[in-house]
Design a protein around this ligand. Structure first.
Ligand SMILES: Cc1cc2nc3c(=O)[nH]c(=O)nc-3n(C[C@H](O)[C@H](O)[C@H](O)COP(=O)(O)OP(=O)(O)OC[C@H]3O[C@@H](n4cnc5c(N)ncnc54)[C@H](O)[C@@H]3O)c2cc1C
Length: 471
């Protein structure tokens, strides 16, 4: 899906001069080292072009000036939050302006009576959680990158996380947003989309269209988020070890089939556990092929019964051992291991991150396919998964500088995508298409769906400036 009209690179000196006309000089970055650092996200394998400049915006008016300038000069514009993306979505396009939103991080409003808050796009997920917690409220979406990733980035990727199984993804919490757009409005106009009410069907769901649009429809500057009351009671953690990766998938499918809804159901395979243990020495024994970590947050006796049912299901699926705990510190060590798995593996070599999502009944087959494809290509793979969502991240790790291993990993990556599609799944559950999954998306989506998406992009961005070549 190519942008209708690919934007061309403008003369860098004219571009910077035009940016200076509406921005304090210190907002504009041209230093090559700083620019290079702002030109990539966390997807080590995704290519990045050379940006002409970056702008560290501090207000919506500054974003508007950048959008107008890029539209006038036909310069590609790449929005950026914290750059924790795993698909190359925030990577520079040749001659582009990187628009860094991370300094627009103010919390504008917390409305406890209506269970909502409004934040600037650069607010960090965990900072929003902490601020609303002071009012006894909770913002559930919890990507493992929550200490760093921004709400704008979460919205643009429709980020998932650990507790989606019970509480849903970012889309379920976005009531409204402000964006600086183009197309039907003049480039650089700010538009308000959505609402503050819990219900509302006036017009098409444009908020839904922007959520997950990966910066291709405009720049999100402000987001109004739905909140929940903070969960009551102490959650129970159920941990199970499996001698066989596929058996852990059988447990996941059975938990779904029985209608059990733990808040969290995560998987870590042995390679992940070993990498975390070697790095952080958390005292986790990596003696199993896979661990399943479940968290049940239903309070009282029902919660105890639910945790017992989850544990029994894991035992029936062939777990070597299963333990239940309400000890927060013990549970947190395990969840820390889950959150640290990705950076722990990055220490071993460049990581190519897969993000397939399959129907939950197909988790055992997908895990079997991961093993088989990895063996066929002789590649090193470590799997973490939001298993309860059917969202699996087999991570391909290659020794630095080993081209043959890289090619083998690339071939396995594409085969994982095809296996997921064949099982009725999708090539990306939460990280977005970015650059890495463009081919896979073309294989997955119906041609009519691709045509509609191209038409929407053409209508909303006829000059093709918003993050061209992504999504
Ligand atoms: C250790 C680690 C763990 C992770 N765990 C998870 C996880 O559990 N679940 C999950 O879903 N993801 C996860 N991710 C991926 C990543 O954190 C998410 O995709 C996150 O939403 C990206 O946010 P960001 O602020 O870093 O955005 P960036 O990486 O800066 O940008 C991501 C995309 O959003 C666009 N964008 C950013 N801000 C805006 C804006 N204001 N307006 C318009 N477009 C914008 C960019 O152009 C790009 O296409 C993880 C990443 C890491 C490194």
């Amino acid at each position: 899906m190519e942008p209708v009209m690919a934007a061309a690179a403008a003369d860098p000196s004219i571009l910077v001069e035009s940016l200076r006309r509406g921005l304090p000089g210190e907002r504009i970055v041209v230093d090559p080292d700083v620019l290079a650092a702002l030109s990539r996200d966390d997807a080590e394998w995704a290519p990045a072009g050379k940006a002409a400049a970056a702008v560290r915006a501090r207000s919506e008016a500054e974003v508007q000036h950048v959008v107008r300038t890029c539209a006038d000069l036909g310069t590609p514009l790449v929005p950026r939050g914290a750059g924790t993306g795993l698909s190359g979505g925030a990577n520079a396009v040749g001659g582009c302006v990187i628009l860094d939103l991370s300094q627009m991080s103010r919390l504008l409003e917390i409305d406890p009576e209506n269970l909502l808050c409004t934040v600037q796009a650069g607010a960090v997920n965990n900072d929003v959680k902490a601020a609303v917690a002071e009012y006894g409220l909770w913002y559930p979406p919890d990507p493992a990158s929550a200490p760093w990733s921004t709400i704008g980035g979460n919205v643009a990727t429709n980020a998932g996380g650990l507790c989606c199984l019970k509480y849903g993804v970012t889309r379920d919490y976005v009531l409204g947003l402000r964006a600086v757009a183009g197309g039907p409005v003049a480039y650089g106009d700010a538009v308000r989309l959505g609402r503050r009410t819990t219900k509302g069907v006036a017009g098409l769901d444009l908020v839904g269209l922007f959520v997950g649009s990966e910066g291709t429809l405009g720049v999100v500057t402000e987001v109004t988020l739905r909140l929940r009351p903070a969960p009551a009671g102490t959650p129970r953690t159920v941990v199970a070890a499996f001698a066989d990766l596929v058996a852990s998938g059988v447990a996941v499918a059975a938990i779904t089939r029985l209608g059990l809804t733990p808040a969290v159901l995560e998987l870590l395979d042995r390679a992940c556990l070993e990498a975390v243990e070697d790095w952080k020495h958390l005292g986790i024994e990596a003696d199993a092929a896979a661990l399943l970590l479940a968290r049940v947050d239903t309070p009282g006796d029902s919660g105890a019964a639910e945790a017992a049912a989850v544990a029994a299901t894991m035992t029936d699926a062939g777990a070597i051992w299963v333990e239940q705990s309400t000890d927060d510190a013990e549970a947190e060590a395990l969840f820390d291991a889950r959150r640290l798995a990705y950076p722990a593996l990055e220490r071993l070599g460049p990581v190519l991150t897969e993000d397939v999502c399959v129907p939950r009944s197909a988790v055992p087959q997908m895990l079997a396919q991961i093993n088989a494809i990895a063996a066929e290509h002789g590649v090193r793979v470590a799997t973490i998964a939001h298993a309860g969502d059917g969202n699996l991240h087999p991570l391909l790790i290659t020794p630095p500088g080993d081209d043959a291993a890289r090619q083998a990993a690339q071939a396995a990556f594409e085969q994982f995508l095809d296996a997921a599609i064949a099982l009725g799944g999708t090539v990306t559950g939460e990280h977005g298409v970015g650059i890495l999954k463009r081919d896979g998306m073309r294989r997955e989506l119906d041609p009519g769906s691709l045509a509609i998406q191209s038409a929407i992009r053409a209508a909303l961005d006829p000059r093709g400036i918003f993050n061209p070549g992504k999504g």
